[in-house]
Ligand binder design. Structure first.
Ligand code: HEM
Ligand code: HEM
Length: 404
């Protein structure tokens, strides 16, 4: 390339200033202003106006930079107009809302626009995050040509873990009342997300004709997620908590911690990522407070054992399939066996002459009652908390009694 030099040139001050203004606007000011909008604070409008001014300055700086050059079709400059138009509409709607017209057609138009303003308002920090990631990959020329696949995989997967973490925090801090009203446990929603994500990963992680290690590993993780997610949804019926999401995170962490990479640094970073995931899982198991799915573990170990016969192993070597992808597929199979067995038991109790499971036999699927209030953050009286903890301890005991 003849203009290689321009692509390697240092980043000039104008571009650094662009980054600083945009980061402050989309990373700090707009999210803060969004929360002030949701809480109906009188600071909402001033804060968003400051964010908009920062954006205008950042916009001109982004166009005015010298120094390093970038390919014309870079994703950051392609996505920018979309984000800017979204913001302009949002500010326009905001201005209309601020004028407080209430007569005539405004009677229905105002509530409608408020709703739209709210939805766009929640999307802006998310789109801003995406645009910032695009900025980072543009600045170093990452994710172009043949690197696009692994690049997408890492940024999307990584972002989805971040989103999941944030989502869990929001659920815990804001939505425990909502969960209680819906009669669903957190694990129910988690399992849906994991399942949906698993389907996406199962069908999108393989490119070209040859199945590379990376394709295999990512696809087998996808299978693990949808299979395990399905079981998690099933076990969450009637607001029960269950450890499926935690188990899936544990297996994912294990696979990541042993994910062979092209360089030592990369292997170490993946290992760290895996350990962090595994510790997240352990914390979650502790939060749920019991270890019940020993039956599932038995099925899984049975499959691993069956799958470890010498001919199979030599087949794996022949096809170049790594042990972790293989183990994940076996884990997925054990989820499905576990699921199908439970479905059949349910069918038995709900068909023919049976009209439901006999009361008192519910510990076939061990569970604990939903902790309706989080003892760490709730201000309810201590007797209630004591009850929740007591029930939790009790369901633990039930689980260790082998009558099922
Ligand atoms: C500078 C331009 C803006 C103005 C003048 C403005 C004005 C307003 C007004 C007057 C409300 C109250 C609506 C009502 O309660 O009837 C509101 C709510 C809200 N605004 Fe803005 N806004 C602006 C920009 C933004 C931006 C950039 C965001 C997001 C990043 C945002 C997010 C929100 C949210 C989430 C609500 C709460 C809506 C609800 O809970 O129903 N606004 N805004
Ligand atoms: C969400 C906030 C951001 C917005 C809305 C934004 C918007 C823009 C716009 C409108 C341009 C001019 C594009 C063009 O020349 O056609 C630009 C350029 C650029 N921005 Fe951003 N930006 C943001 C954040 C960032 C961040 C965080 C980085 C880097 C870490 C970054 C790196 C760049 C680079 C490298 C260019 C030059 C691209 C080129 O010359 O084609 N931006 N940005």
């Amino acid at each position: 390339m003849d203009n290689d030099e321009a692509f390697q040139a240092p980043i000039d001050r104008i571009l650094w200033a662009h980054i600083a203004f945009m980061f402050l606007a989309f990373g700090i000011i707009f999210p803060t202003g969004m929360v002030l909008g949701l809480s109906r604070s009188r600071w909402h409008v001033p804060v968003q106006i400051i964010g908009s001014i920062f954006t205008i300055i950042g916009y001109f700086l982004g166009h005015a930079h010298g120094g390093r050059e970038f390919p014309g079709d870079n994703i950051h400059s392609l996505f920018a107009p979309f984000l800017i138009y979204t913001l302009i509409s949002q500010v326009g709607i905001g201005a209309y809302l601020k004028l407080h017209f209430t007569s005539g057609p405004n009677k229905w138009f105002r509530p409608l626009t408020t709703k739209i303003h709210k939805i766009i308002g929640i999307f802006i920090p998310i789109l801003g995050y995406v645009q910032m990631v695009f900025g980072v990959i543009t600045i170093d020329g990452w994710c172009r040509g043949e690197n696009i696949g692994q690049c997408l995989a890492h940024f999307i997967m990584g972002s989805s873990f971040i989103a999941y973490g944030i989502f869990l925090i929001l659920m815990l801090r804001l939505a425990s009342g909502w969960l209680q009203r819906k009669g669903k446990s957190q694990d129910y929603y988690d399992s849906w997300i994991i399942m949906a994500w698993g389907f996406v990963n199962t069908f999108t992680e393989h490119r070209g004709n040859v199945w590379s290690h990376r394709d295999l590993q990512h696809t087998s993780l996808g299978i693990l997620w949808w299979a395990g997610g399905t079981v998690g949804i099933y076990l969450s019926r009637n607001g029960k908590r269950n450890i499926m999401p935690a188990l899936i995170i544990l297996f994912t962490g294990y696979a990541m911690s042993s994910h062979a990479q092209s360089s030592e640094i990369s292997t170490k970073i993946h290992a760290m990522f895996g350990y962090v995931l595994m510790s997240a899982s352990v914390v979650r198991l502790a939060e749920i407070g019991f270890l019940s799915e020993k039956k599932l573990m038995l099925i899984f170990s049975g499959l691993l054992f069956m799958g470890a016969n010498i001919e199979q192993i030599s087949l794996l070597t022949e096809y170049g399939i790594d042990p972790f992808s293989y183990a994940l597929v076996l884990a997925s199979t054990s989820f499905l066996i576990f699921f199908f067995t439970n479905i059949l038991i349910d069918l038995y109790w709900r068909s023919g002459q049976n009209d439901g499971e006999p009361i008192g036999n519910n510990d076939i699927i061990a569970h604990m009652p939903l902790p309706l209030t989080d003892p760490h953050i709730s201000s309810s009286n201590s007797e209630d908390d004591h009850d929740v903890l007591f029930q939790r301890a009790k369901s633990n005991d039930d689980d260790y009694d082998y009558k099922a």
